[in-house]
Design a protein around this ligand. Structure first.
Ligand SMILES: C[S@@+](CC[C@H](N)C(=O)[O-])C[C@H]1O[C@@H](n2cnc3c(N)ncnc32)[C@H](O)[C@@H]1O
Length: 208
């Protein structure tokens, strides 16, 4: 077993409890970027942004689901300034940090485990890094992303290795594919926390 940063040990033990998640991330928000990027070597934002940007038009309308402080938005914006990027997150403190990036079109407080305040078929593409993981959002959260994405839109997400089979992501995505809701474009075993030797599955799905 790799030794994990104490904050991440706490993060993956939040049991999907909305209040605990908000309290935890509100406390962490102002130090999150430094801890994640410098101490932990978190690479999911660049990997997911790269995968999404390669599959949408330069001026596409996209959602960063569970945007946190905006690391994915920054990576997307570095790849195309013309992208129109909305961000959604459960935690106000994280959204406030994301607002400071001036990257996002709209920032919305929302819960990926509930019905989102967004119409069907809204986005040309969706990205979600570090959200579909232990103690956060389970695979059922994908249903809402499929609903609010346009047909043929790519959905790019990371699923931490420790959640992939244990929390049912592998089977859930296979079921979504089998019932014709999404097409699995690729699932690649990828780095996640490079300074801790923790990996993820980088999933690229396409809405049918
Ligand atoms: C590890 S951070 C990832 C943030 C950002 N995507 C990144 O890669 O840096 C996890 C984020 O998921 C958010 N989150 C957790 N549960 C959520 C839910 N049910 N709905 C929306 N966001 C949620 C947290 O508030 C937090 O900002």
């Amino acid at each position: 077993m790799s030794s994990e940063h104490p904050l991440l040990e706490r993060a993956i033990s939040l049991e999907g409890d909305k209040n605990r998640i908000q309290e935890f991330y509100n406390d962490w928000a102002d130090r999150y970027d430094t801890d994640m990027l410098q101490t932990i070597g978190y690479v999911a934002p660049s990997l997911t942004a790269e995968a999404l940007a390669a599959r949408v038009a330069p001026d596409a309308y996209v959602l960063d689901a569970g945007c946190g402080t905006g690391l994915v938005g920054l990576e997307l914006s570095n790849r195309s300034k013309a992208l129109r990027i909305d961000g959604l997150d459960l935690t106000m403190g994280m959204l406030e940090e994301a607002r400071k990036t001036h990257i996002y079109n709209e920032l919305v407080e929302g819960d990926l485990t509930a019905v989102l305040p967004i119409p069907d078929n809204t986005y040309d593409g969706i990205v979600s890094a570090g959200v579909f993981t232990n103690g956060h959002v389970g695979p059922q959260g994908l249903d809402e992303l499929v609903r609010i994405a346009k047909p043929k839109a790519p959905i790019v997400l990371t699923v931490r290795d420790s959640a992939w089979e244990a929390d049912g992501f592998k089977d859930y995505i296979a079921d979504l594919d089998a019932k014709g809701a999404v097409k699995t474009i690729e699932i690649v075993h990828s780095p996640y926390h490079t300074k801790e030797d923790i990996f993820c599955q980088l999933c690229v799905l396409e809405v049918v």
